[in-house]
Design a protein around this ligand. Structure first.
Ligand code: GDP
Length: 588
């Protein structure tokens, strides 16, 4: 058969696909119908659905390819000109919870924020700058690596250097490994800060060995990773850490052009009464000034006010500078790239084009593969976990959604995000969740009293969190509850039947010798005669010399009372093979 390649950009209509396959529209609609999809000729199918359908049709000669039509500005990486100037490094501090990320940033910035943080976990991505040796370093405070993953998903690279904080008295932990993986996949340079060296249990060498087992070879041992022992709390060796950051920046020759239209990334956005949209940006190229027009995704605005990270007005922001601006017409998305344009008309036009591109890329598919999979397993409806996500700012909503999507259920539970939004939980959320076995999650938002009453009345679960990991744990737990339990059987022992005293329809009384293991009340038994399986029974009591005992062990003889569901004609020399059976809840 002739090989055929079909390119799909985002989605394809039933009509287009049938033409590309050389198949009649009716045949294709028929196949879709067999798979539970009632489609019209103009219905759009996403890439995965099209692949599944081609599979169903048995068309082995057809290959589907994703056509990359993305024109998202975020994916355009600018080539530097020879006029590019040195810029400060952008550094993210990551690591396991409680290993000292916040304390490190605090001590560095001499700013007290640890106390008012919910649960000790930094919630929003925000950025700070500090000076060392008269040179600037930009620090990003991370709400969890999910936010970075989200930014990466949007195609942009945000961090030059990742400082991984590892407590010397605790060693490498799951989130340390996550941070290492993140830094590697983002192509960022890694510097390890071995923290809490003032603590009694601190062991720098052991921590280094632990890290090298996780692929980070210390420079001291001939590897390529700089590891600086510090005490964030006692302000010990932090200058050395900053020296190393600047040295790494020098080696990387971090540069940016400044005589180009300003550009950068949206790192946080929310609405404020009286101010409208308040957006944190990280400038990555050019110089951003108040009064300029900028576009980010499908929204645009004129920079009305611009503040530095300390809240002081700033007239001009150069590359690697974080600023907070007002003036966007609508909230841009976290991770969106922004660009400066010459006037309002251009800004409006570009925002419109971007909006259309975004719509074409994703929302255009009416049928997505998850719909299809869901329809294929209609009986499995119980395995869909429906959620509504509300957050205080777009950044946290994106983080929560992206992190939820990362919970791996090995395809057993489908996460269905019913809706997302910024702001307190409202009537509409409860309305949407009612009757649909849906959990409404709120992140850093509140639930007005009338809304919680309404939810209680309608049996809707509303759960609010201020710490992302707790929200994720809850969601994971919910998804685990949807998993089928696992049946675990364990062999316990074996008895040779030496005497049968009574066999009735549902009970047996017999005696014998325990050949191996032991037997206790509650054990199950398979009755076997010459390798032939006769049935299953449950041990209800165990006796030794006519007295009830807790168990009989190998070598002992005694009597058993057994319960059966149908009559088993037990005979001398039959074997009883004891085992236990547990239905265990599975975890993800
Ligand atoms: P994060 O969750 O990684 O941001 O960790 P925190 O900065 O909130 O620190 C967790 C706990 O460890 C706090 O009680 C800190 O006071 C403590 N801590 C952080 N750094 C050090 C350090 O260098 N030495 C000691 N002894 N305690 C530290």
């Amino acid at each position: 058969m002739e090989e055929k390649t079909i390119q799909i950009a985002g989605s394809i209509t039933v009509d287009e696909l049938s033409q590309a396959l050389g198949l009649s529209v009716t045949d294709l609609i028929g196949t879709l119908f067999k798979n539970g999809i009632v489609a019209t000729i103009n219905q759009r199918l996403d890439f995965e659905t099209a692949s599944i359908i081609i599979d169903e049709l048995g068309l082995d000669n057809v290959k589907l390819e994703r056509k990359n039509t993305s024109t998202k500005t975020s994916e355009i990486r600018r080539e530097l000109s020879d006029k590019a100037v040195t810029r400060p490094p952008v550094v993210a501090v990551m690591g396991h919870v409680d290993h000292g990320k916040t304390t490190l940033l605090d001590t560095l910035l001499n700013k007290k924020t640890v106390d008012d943080e919910a649960g000790g976990i930094t919630q929003h991505i925000s950025a700070y700058q500090l000076k060392h040796d008269d040179r600037l370093i930009t620090f990003l405070d991370t709400p969890g690596h999910e936010a970075f993953a989200a930014i990466r998903q949007h195609g942009a690279m945000l961090t030059d250097i990742v400082v991984i904080v590892v407590a010397a008295d605790d060693g490498v932990k799951p989130q340390t490994v996550e941070a290492i993986n993140f830094a590697k996949s983002a192509n960022a340079k890694i510097i390890v800060a071995i923290n809490k060296i003032d603590r009694e249990g601190a062991d720098i060498q052991r921590t280094m060995a632990d890290l090298s087992n996780h692929g980070l070879q210390p420079e001291e041992w001939g590897g390529d990773i700089v590891m600086v022992p510090i005490s964030a709390k006692m302000n010990q060796n932090l200058d050395k850490l900053l020296d190393m950051i600047l040295l790494t920046a020098d080696i990387e020759e971090l540069k940016a052009d400044i005589d180009i239209p300003a550009e950068g990334l949206v790192i946080e956005s929310h609405m404020e009464t009286g101010k409208g949209s308040v957006v944190n940006l990280l400038v990555t190229g050019g110089e951003l000034k108040t009064g300029e027009f900028i576009v980010a995704g499908s929204t645009y605005g004129k920079v009305r006010t611009m503040l530095d990270w300390k809240g002081k007005p700033k007239g001009k922001a150069t590359p690697s500078t974080p600023v907070t601006i007002t003036g966007f017409k609508e909230l841009p998305n976290f991770g969106d790239r922004f660009t400066e344009v010459k006037d309002e008309k251009t800004a409006r036009k570009m925002a419109l084009i971007n909006a259309q591109n975004i719509a074409n890329e994703s929302a255009s598919a009416n049928v997505t593969s998850s719909d299809l999979l869901r329809m294929m397993n209609v009986a499995d409806n119980s395995k869909v976990f429906n959620v509504i996500i509300k957050g205080d700012v777009l950044g946290s909503v994106t983080s929560v959604v992206d992190s939820l999507k990362m919970i791996d259920t090995k395809g057993e539970v489908t996460l269905n995000i019913v809706s997302t939004g910024v702001g307190d939980i409202n009537e509409n959320d409860v309305y949407m969740a009612a009757g649909g076995n849906t959990v409404v999650y709120g992140f850093n938002v509140s639930v007005p009293i009338n809304i919680s009453k309404m939810a209680a009345r309608d049996g809707v679960a509303i759960r609010t969190y201020r710490v992302i990991y707790e929200l994720l744990d809850d969601a994971k737990h919910e998804m685990e509850n949807l998993l089928d339990a696992e049946i675990v059987e364990e062999d316990k022992g074996e008895m040779k039947v030496l005497g049968v005293f009574r066999t009735e329809k549902t009970s047996i009384i017999a005696g014998g010798e325990v050949l191996k293991g032991d037997v206790k009340p509650g054990f199950l038994a398979r009755v076997v005669r010459d390798k032939q399986y006769l049935g299953e029974a449950e041990v209800t009591s165990v006796q030794k010399e006519k007295i009830d005992v807790k168990e009989l062990t190998a070598g002992e003889t005694g009597g058993l009372a057994l319960k059966t569901t149908s009559k088993i004609d037990l005979q001398i020399n039959d074997r009883l093979k004891f085992f236990t059976r547990e239905s265990r809840k599975r975890t993800l």
